[in-house]
Design a protein around this ligand. Structure first.
Ligand code: F6P
Length: 550
């Protein structure tokens, strides 16, 4: 596959010239000039509407961005991904999370082998197991049905299942309470164990590698806690299951491989909720609902694979992101779900996006001379409005925002949803339109304010506007819609990675800290002061040793 420096291409240079022409054009003007702007810049996928008309683009911008996608060979890379080619070159792996949710009878192959029979076999095992737990047929060591599920995992082995279980709470099993322990800080586990009963608790130890320090430490402590309460090694088989690619390590830990659910190295950790890593989701929602989630993602995969680039939601969103990062110099991207159930969605996307595209060398290992992934952040509306929106409206930085909301709430309580949505619409409008000095002054004048005071206050009350946002609306947050929404963002990340010519599927950047922590842990066990680091690290470690009494 040919690769490129995107900023050396003609497509990029054409965008640079175009940027000079459009950078100071206000979106208000764009809307005034084009009565069809909403129709022109909206796309629908099933019940999901993407309105990207409140972006600093015109038709020429979109054409040029599409040109950039073609120059970067997005269609060819997309084909390579779906074909199971080893596009994660630094790890020599295919990237085939789309196979996990392939609901068609099309084979999907890695090294010439169809992976679909294996995928279906694991789904069948998940169905069998989750039905037993949910029906109460699977009992704990003392014969009681399971009431608490504690997932122990971190990163992709935590954030996806946690986010989905939270997002789909209305579909949750009433007997089951879900808990997620990720942090190696003992507080996380201790606080969780204080809320559960060992007799009715099932631990899911989720780790692709089964070597992750945080997860194994938590898992060992959970195991010790269970044995302390149930006092019998044979209890492990009724209270511990594992999800991993690493059978020997699972066995070493003491979990019978019959209680293990497998997945494969062609599933990246942050793309793994569709695999057996989704076991907590399937336990909580039931396998039928889990499969609806897969179906929603598959439908988005089909859209991404087959829709023309101009009508393709992930491609459009990816290109808009590139437009702001590389031409407007935006550093961040805000994710603003107007749905309390999606409160972990921004955190989930932080890993998805930042671990994927937080890279500074290209696929050939050369230092890039263009910016790559932005900082992803956000909180649910309307809480964010009372916290950080001030900066988005009036700060000196450009923050592109994704507003996400269902048209119908799972909790239709009085006027709550209308109030919530009125805020959604008002915010996108205010960000786009802003309020001019003349408007602000006229308003104060009408309120009877003196001219001197108006002159003083007006600059503080001016909103420049011209702040871009995407709006994503769908009917209701169902498993299917959520599946599509997650897949939409996964493919947006993929397209951006292709344009930036980075490998979105490795994460070497997390290794150095892990290695150093192992050395420091050995030193913390030793009572003597340390000397081998830089002065700051030595000083901090030695202060800690004195303070903690270690
Ligand atoms: O943070 C690095 C990472 O490798 C993530 O990519 C991954 O999701 C997480 O650690 C957990 O890894 P594992 O599932 O192997 O425990």
């Amino acid at each position: 596959m040919t690769t490129h420096s995107p900023n050396k291409t003609q497509a990029w240079q054409a965008l640079e010239s175009h940027f000079e022409a459009i950078r100071d054009v206000h979106m208000r003007t764009l809307f005034e000039r084009d009565p069809q702007r909403f129709q022109r810049f909206t796309v629908q996928f099933e019940d999901m509407l993407l309105d990207y008309s409140k972006n600093r683009v015109n038709e020429e911008t979109m054409d040029l961005l599409m040109g950039l996608a073609r120059t970067a060979r997005v269609p060819q890379w997309r084909e390579a991904m779906f074909a199971g080619e080893a596009i994660n070159a630094t790890e020599g792996r295919a990237v085939l999370h789309t196979a996990l949710r392939n609901r068609s009878d099309r084979p999907m192959t890695v090294d010439g082998e169809d992976v679909m029979p294996g995928v279906r076999a694991v789904l069948a095992r998940m169905r069998e197991f989750t039905e037993q737990v949910r029906s109460g047929a699977w009992t704990g060591h003392t014969g009681q049905p399971i009431r608490h599920v504690v997932n122990i995992g971190i990163g992709g082995s935590d954030l996806g299942p946690l986010m989905v279980c939270e997002a789909l709470r209305p579909y949750g099993h009433e007997r089951l309470t879900m808990h997620f322990v990720s942090n190696v800080d003992g507080t996380h586990l201790a606080e969780t164990l204080a809320r559960v009963d060992p007799q009715t608790t099932l631990f899911v130890i989720a780790s692709k590698t089964f070597t992750t320090q945080e997860t194994l430490t938590n898992a060992h402590s959970a195991r010790a806690w269970l044995l302390e309460h149930l006092g019998d090694e044979s209890a492990i088989a009724r209270h511990f299951v594992a999800v991993s690619t690493n059978e020997p390590q699972v066995r070493d830990f003491g979990i019978d491989p019959r209680n293990m659910f497998v997945f494969w190295d062609w599933v990246g950790g942050r793309y793994s909720l569709w695999s057996a890593i989704g076991l907590p989701i399937a336990l909580y929602l039931g396998m039928g609902r889990f499969e609806e989630l897969l179906e929603g993602a598959h439908a988005m995969d089909e859209h991404f694979r087959t829709a023309p680039l101009e009508q393709n939601l992930p491609v459009i969103m990816a290109l808009l992101g590139v437009w702001y990062v590389n031409f407007f110099g935006a550093h961040t991207q805000a994710i603003l779900p107007y749905d309390q159930y999606l409160h972990r969605f921004p955190a989930y996307l932080q890993q998805g996006d930042m671990e994927s595209n937080g890279k500074s060398v290209d696929r050939q290992g050369r230092r890039v001379s263009w910016h790559t992934g932005p900082v992803i952040w956000g909180e649910p509306g309307t809480n964010g409005q009372h916290a950080f929106y001030q900066l988005i409206h009036q700060g000196t930085r450009l923050v592109p925002c994704d507003f996400i909301a269902p048209c119908r709430s799972h909790n239709p309580l009085g006027e709550h949803h209308a109030i919530l949505m009125s805020n959604f619409f008002a915010q996108t409008e205010a960000l786009m339109c802003g309020r001019t000095l003349e408007e602000v002054s006229a308003e104060m004048r009408a309120a009877g304010m003196e001219e001197e005071r108006i002159t003083e206050l007006a600059p503080h009350r001016v909103f420049e506007g011209n702040r871009p946002s995407n709006s994503l609306l769908f009917e209701r947050l169902t498993p299917r819609t959520l599946g599509s929404l997650i897949a939409l963002y996964e493919h947006r990340i993929f397209v951006q990675g292709v344009i930036w010519n980075v490998n979105s599927f490795d994460q070497w950047g997390v290794e150095l800290g892990k290695q150093l922590a192992r050395t420091v842990l050995r030193e913390l066990r030793d009572p003597d002061p340390v000397e081998g680091h830089d002065a700051s690290t030595n000083g901090l470690i030695n202060y800690y040793k004195r303070c903690s009494g270690e």
